[in-house]
Design a protein. Structure first.
Lengths: 331, 289
């Protein structure tokens, strides 16, 4: 914690934090919902990517099925609100718990696998969740779930605000909680156990680390925070459907793209990665694809090109590159 | 109770569609076996093959001739990809390898969508609506053609891999890259061949699939996942295991539709996939890790 407080006095960190806090207010006053929305999406993917990287960067497990946790989180908020009248302010945290529970149960079969087998199995899990939710009547099957439309007196309880501005602050709150928790974990004995498992699982076992237990812990924490990211999606868009929140490309792949671009061996890298590719893709999608519907899908090509170039020429990611060049010391 | 004739009809239909799955899977298995690269963009090369056949069909060329052209075009694109991109990541960590083939997937799939629109296209060949009645069975000619072409391609690939010097060199490379190099085999050329032929066969499969299946930019997603199931079932890297795996998945999918809601047949396929990975990751015909 002391080290985290030292970061809190670092001028760059202070400046970036102040900017993040001020920007939604500025966008709100100047009436620029487009940029506020871009900021929200970057934060949402950033929250999920930081969580994903606890598994990838710290524990060495490559998941392409994080949409399962994201989707479960998004649905939990909606189900709690629609069927049990629970405010999304509480629902967001329930979403994390539910996603963590799903991660725990999936861990028993999945953690038997390693390397590409693990990755392939996570893809299958994500797709099974999508198809299962698309046929499950309780959660609205393929139609999905829509938040109730409420009057202004209940808007705060149901978290329904005009435009994206307030949601950016909600996302910032979730991100802050996540950074504090994850930073403490990766710099504790548990975090070092994770990294030992990543480097060599047999060595970890020889040292007396219960590798199944710690891989499970990594998976459960990762799914908890990915569930929070899904919950952010649900509260922001008031609507959840299986093909959006369980998507292999726009959820599972995008989350890992953020991690790879930012750098998986950097704590904050995945968040940086999200802030690089999400604005680029959003800009192309809104400014070019909406103006010329003929080029539908161009924004995903942009993501593909960024991913290809980073993977080929900067495989350690942007933060890894900056560290190697000595521009930054930690992070 | 399911009538015996329904079971028979489903099995036959499963074998016919499974022969397409088999071809897509064979290409993926060849690339994995020789290069130890998992090609996530495999289904999208298949879509490029279908699209090639479609544009040639618009130009008045029979889809069966178009299928041969599709192989050549996708083969060339495959060699290009191999030289420009895949060559650089042969010794990279798993994460980079998967990220790169995923990036190729995004660029091909959504590049086609952006260039040609997200529309569904169909080839209406003269034999599209010809059916044969064999006893109680009804067999559509396009699926029968697909099955025959699939068998021919498999036979051709067998002769290539086992009876020609190049094919033997290719198999030697898949067994041990370093020893193959010591024996004077140009390994880089083998990689060109493996990737080119692997995606080329997928392109050909796409072209013959298009005889009875709609063509759209995201069609590769489903077939890539099926190809992974097929390859895992057949044992990673085992080319002919993948062929049998493809037929088997076709039959399982088709027959299971008699017992469970057909909309959930993909779930059945994925659950089989997970079970195989968990219980016997070397597959039914695999040669081990």
């Amino acid at each position: 914690m002391r080290e985290l407080m030292r970061y809190a006095r670092n001028p760059v960190v202070v400046a970036v934090s102040a900017l993040l806090l001020a920007l939604p207010a500025i966008f709100s006053i100047t009436g620029q919902p487009f940029y506020a929305n871009m900021l929200f999406l970057s934060l949402m993917y950033g929250v999920a990517a930081l969580a994903w990287n606890l598994m990838q960067g710290y524990t060495g497990m490559f998941s392409l099925g994080h949409a399962a946790f994201f989707g479960v989180g998004a649905y939990t908020v909606m189900v709690a609100m629609l069927y049990y009248n629970v405010s999304p302010w509480i629902g967001i945290w329930l979403a994390g718990v539910m996603a963590a529970a799903v991660g725990f149960l999936l861990g028993f079969p999945l953690l038997r696998l390693r390397s590409h087998w693990f990755t392939l199995a996570t893809i299958a899990v994500g797709e099974i969740f999508k198809l299962a939710f698309a046929h499950w009547g309780y959660v609205g099957a393929a139609r999905g779930l829509q938040a109730p439309i409420v009057g202004p007196s209940k808007a705060l309880y149901y978290m329904q605000f005009t435009g994206p501005f307030v949601y950016v602050y909600v996302a910032l709150l979730v991100l802050l909680v996540e950074i504090v928790v994850l930073y403490r974990i990766v710099n504790s004995r548990t975090g070092y156990y994770f990294q030992t498992i990543r480097e060599d699982e047999i060595v970890a076992k020889t040292l007396g680390i219960d590798t199944f237990r710690y891989r499970m812990l990594s998976l459960v924490i990762s799914s908890f925070f990915t569930g929070l990211a899904g919950a952010l999606y649900a509260v922001r868009f008031h609507y959840v459907d299986p093909f959006a929140v369980f998507d292999l490309i726009t959820i599972s792949t995008y989350i890992s793209v953020a991690g790879i671009i930012g750098g998986i061996y950097s704590f904050i890298g995945p968040l940086v990665g999200a802030f690089i590719f999400v604005p680029a893709a959003e800009y192309v999608r809104v400014k070019i694809v909406s103006a010329f519907p003929r080029v539908f899908g161009l924004h995903v090509v942009v993501v593909g090109v960024i991913l290809l170039l980073i993977s080929l020429f900067l495989p350690e990611g942007v933060m890894g590159y900056l560290k190697r060049k000595g521009y930054i010391k930690t992070g | 109770m399911v009538a015996a004739v329904d079971l028979l009809a489903s099995t036959v239909d499963g074998i016919l569609i499974g022969s397409i799955y088999a071809l897509v899977g064979v290409g993926l298995a060849l690339i994995w076996g020789v290069m130890e690269i998992i090609n996530f963009a495999h289904g999208d090369y298949m879509m490029l093959g279908a699209l090639t056949a479609y544009f040639l069909y618009l130009a008045g060329i029979d889809p069966l001739v178009g299928a041969v052209a599709a192989f050549v075009v996708v083969y060339a694109l495959g060699v290009l990809t191999q030289r420009a991109v895949i060559n650089r990541i042969l010794d990279a960590p798993l994460l980079t390898q998967i990220a790169v083939t995923f990036a190729i997937l995004l660029i091909i799939r959504y590049g086609v969508e952006a260039a040609f629109g997200p529309y569904t296209r169909r080839i209406a060949s003269w034999y599209a609506n010809v059916y044969y009645h064999v006893g109680p069975l009804t067999i559509p000619l396009p699926k029968l053609i697909a099955f025959i072409v699939s068998l021919l391609v498999a036979a051709g690939l067998y002769i290539f891999l086992f009876k020609t010097d190049t094919g033997i060199a290719l198999r030697a490379t898949s067994q041990n890259r370093v020893v193959a190099e010591l024996m004077g085999i140009n390994v880089k050329r083998m990689y060109d061949l493996a990737f080119g032929i692997g995606v080329g066969i997928a392109g050909l499969a796409g072209a013959i699939l298009a005889l009875f299946y709609p063509i759209f930019p995201e069609m590769g997603a489903f077939f890539a996942l099926i190809a992974f199931i097929v390859v895992v079932l057949g044992g990673f890297g085992s080319v002919f295991g993948a062929y049998l795996g493809g037929i088997l998945i076709g039959v399982i999918e088709s027959v299971s539709a008699l017992f469970v809601n057909p909309a959930l047949k993909d779930v059945v396929a994925f659950i089989i996939f997970l079970l195989i990975i968990l219980v016997k990751p070397t597959g039914l015909f695999g040669r081990g890790e």
